[in-house]
Design a protein around this ligand. Structure first.
Ligand code: SF4
Ligand code: SF4
Length: 696
């Protein structure tokens, strides 16, 4: 520290300056009681998790990535930069202050007192100077971050309104109270910490090395007029106020929102980002899904406790937005309250230990209402938005499995299941009609079961039977044919891929469909597979026991266009593109469709909710088969309004999923926007560009 304004070697301070032994003993007694209260609360939670079923979640690669996410606060910043940055300062402020306190405990209590090795003590001199500087810088960041977060909360954003969406009467004032208490106690700790430092510096005659304690030094300059004695009295009082607040905070942690400090880090470390895309199989076919609390895994139970009620999932949920009784946040909170009640845990502010659910209570249909469970489109927006790695979708599906097993199935869905079981498609048509859409093509599509092909095209139910989607199938066929792709289909051998059947909770039917398809694949000769249906893409890629390389058709069209196999004339205008949930969030494919739209000369104007943040059409997870007439507004209608709001220059609403074609061509009609917006598949755009007169 040569050349400094002060001699660093004299730097240091006494922790219990001016306190007699009795007071010091009292402090340690209180600390011991506090640690005991903390450990008891912490133990109760760990005991709750250990009662969960096993789930192998340790993956070192993911674990290390999670450390990066936790330390950077990336998952918090990804949807809201301001909150992310503010939380970053609070997080690191908290960590540094915690480390600082631990350093004092090691130096004073362990080395100085227990080991009695004063010569080993290091909390003085240059180390102390660096320590004091870091503590003040991070302490200031901590308070500023907290103030920003408090202001956001005061502005009462709708996502922090805890009113239930299902109309069930519930007093949730306790939730808000807990949020505020947590924030307030942190701000109080930060401010009293700086006051204490300021009084101490002024009471000890402004030691020159303390200029590095920038916050405290400024306060000391302000409190100077109190005089040395006045500052010393103020220091003694503030020492106790701050100390007792710190002890209260530690004791309070496991009984409050404060526990998220520990739970969220653990949850991020053990989360499985692909758990919605690749569902776990049913372990016991005689009792599928989650029946009682005993069926939940430890990670599910940790999920419930990790929820900070930030409302991000609630905000993005299409089911919630359309007025259905599902909010993913409420679902998680209800399950938390149920798990707490069953584990004898009661939160001080109200929730928990709610009586009324016996040990053998069926969770599906009681703790979580049947309508709530059937409302989910499995769009995965909640999982994507959640900053702490909560996996809502697999939990919902486990509960749906139970509903299916007990026969508590939505009537439209039941009809679809029956049709699928009979003929392998949800349209109730005979398998013989599956390839009827190919009629009218001026070439014959190969039957991959009898002729060898490069690509096997898995067409899917909607692309095979629905008139709007079969039109697109014919266009895709022509483009592939003209582009020189050697492809074939399975004709009457194809069955529904089962993706949505599985997500509707009918595991047995999924297995039947999957096995029938796999058997047919084995009779076919092909190199790779492609599909026009993102839902099929998801299950074919991740849930079939095959190692086929499966592509979405836009990837092949993209190759054909960029490789010059399809020459495009340009036409002008603006288009917006809807990312299908099962192509984007589920399969992380965003670019090929956009490149294709640009390749035909159109500008892509993005909707606010695009890419990972795309808004579901409302068809997924079996919802396409269910009655949606009671919704306030269908998700597809909400989406069309969003596209229309981009302005009248946006003429095309481009899709790349047969279900989207159906949902959105209905929605432009029901919202009266047929004149303004044309719903068109990417393949149809390409076809038009092939036929278009060149610009200029
Ligand atoms: S998957 Fe989609 S519909 Fe289901 S709860 Fe999550 S956000 Fe809502
Ligand atoms: S589940 Fe996740 S996104 Fe939803 S409120 Fe809880 S922490 Fe926020």
């Amino acid at each position: 520290m040569g050349g400094m304004l002060f001699a660093a070697e004299t730097a240091g301070r006494e922790v219990f300056l001016g306190f007699n032994t009795a007071v010091i003993i009292l402090f340690y007694v209180l600390t011991t009681v506090t640690v005991g209260i903390f450990l008891w609360g912490f133990y109760r939670r760990i005991r709750k998790y250990t009662r969960g079923r096993q789930s192998a979640r340790l993956n070192w690669g993911r674990f290390i990535r999670a450390l990066g996410d936790i330390s950077s606060n990336r998952t918090i910043a990804k949807r809201n930069r301001v909150v992310g940055v503010a939380h970053f300062f609070v997080f690191w402020g908290f960590m540094v202050l915690l480390i600082g306190t631990t350093i004092i405990a090691i130096d004073e209590d362990i080395i100085g007192f227990i080991l009695d090795k004063p010569e080993w003590q290091f909390w003085h001199g240059a180390f102390y100077v660096g320590y004091a500087f870091a503590m003040d810088v991070f302490g200031i960041g901590f308070i500023v971050g907290l103030i920003v977060l408090a202001r956001i909360r005061r502005s009462e954003p709708p996502k922090l309104d805890y009113t239930r969406v299902d109309g069930v009467e519930a007093d949730r004032k306790g939730y808000s109270l807990d949020d505020r208490a947590f924030l307030l106690i942190l701000v109080f700790l930060g401010i009293t910490g700086f006051l204490l430092e300021g009084f101490r510096i002024a009471a000890t005659d402004y030691p020159d090395f303390e200029v590095v304690s920038i916050g405290g030094y400024v306060i000391a300059l302000l409190t100077g007029p109190l005089g040395e004695q006045g500052n010393d009295i103020a220091r003694m009082i503030t020492w106790w106020v701050h100390g007792l607040a710190a002890l209260t905070f530690v004791a309070y942690l496991p009984y409050s929102k404060g526990m998220h400090v520990i739970n969220d880090a653990a949850n991020l470390a053990f989360t499985e980002p692909r758990s919605s895309a690749v569902l776990p199989p049913v372990e016991d076919p005689t009792s599928p899904g989650y029946s009682t609390l005993a069926d939940f895994t430890w990670k599910d139970l940790l999920d419930f406790d990790a929820c900070t009620k930030c409302g991000r999932c609630h905000e993005v949920c299409p089911a919630r937005a359309s007025g259905s009784p599902l909010s993913p946040r409420d679902l998680i909170l209800d399950l938390r309250e149920y798990a707490d009640a069953r584990s004898g845990i009661k939160m001080w502010y109200g929730p928990g230990a709610t009586p009324g659910h016996a040990e053998d209570t069926e969770v599906a249909g009681t703790v979580i209402a049947t309508d709530t469970l059937w409302a989910c489109t499995t769009c995965m927006a909640c999982v994507e938005a959640c900053p702490v790695g909560i996996e809502h979708v697999p939990t919902i599906i486990q509960l749906r499995r139970r509903l299916v097993d007990t026969g508590d199935v939505e009537p439209g869905l039941q009809k679809a299941f029956q049709a699928l079981a009979r003929g392998g498609n949800s349209f109730g048509k005979s398998a013989k009609q599956r390839a009827r859409w190919t009629k009218g093509l001026d070439f014959k599509i190969k039957d991959a079961r009898s002729e060898s092909v490069d690509y096997l095209w898995f067409v899917g139910d909607h692309g095979s039977f629905d008139p709007r989607a079969t039109e697109v199938s014919r266009t895709v066929a022509k483009l592939m044919h003209d582009g020189g792709i050697d492809f074939g289909i399975l004709y009457d051998g194809e069955r529904n891929a089962g993706n949505d059947v599985r997500r509707a909770g009918e595991e047995g039917l999924f297995e039947m469909l999957r096995d029938a398809n796999v058997e047919t694949f084995e009779t076919a000769s092909y190199q790779r597979m492609f599909t026009t249906d993102p839902h099929s893409l998801n299950t074919l890629r991740g849930e079939y026991p095959t190692d086929d390389d499966v592509l979405h058709y836009t990837a092949i069209l993209d190759e054909l266009v960029s490789g010059g196999k399809i020459t495009l004339n340009q036409f002008e205008g603006q288009a917006t593109y809807h990312d299908p949930c099962y192509l984007g969030r589920y399969q992380d494919e965003y670019e090929a469709p956009r490149r294709l739209i640009r390749a035909v000369g159109l500008d892509v104007v993005e909707m606010g909710r695009c890419r990972e943040n795309s808004f579901c059409c409302g068809a997924g997870g079996g919802r396409i088969w269910m009655d949606d007439s009671d919704l306030d507004e269908r998700p597809a209608e909400n989406r069309i309004r969003e596209a229309v709001a981009l302005g009248s220059d946006v003429r095309y609403f481009v899709v790349s999923c047969p279900k989207d074609m159906i949902m959105y061509s209905d929605a432009v009609k029901t919202t009266g926007n047929e004149e303004q917006l044309e719903v068109v598949d990417i393949a149809q755009l390409i076809e038009r560009a092939v036929e278009a007169v060149p610009v200029g």
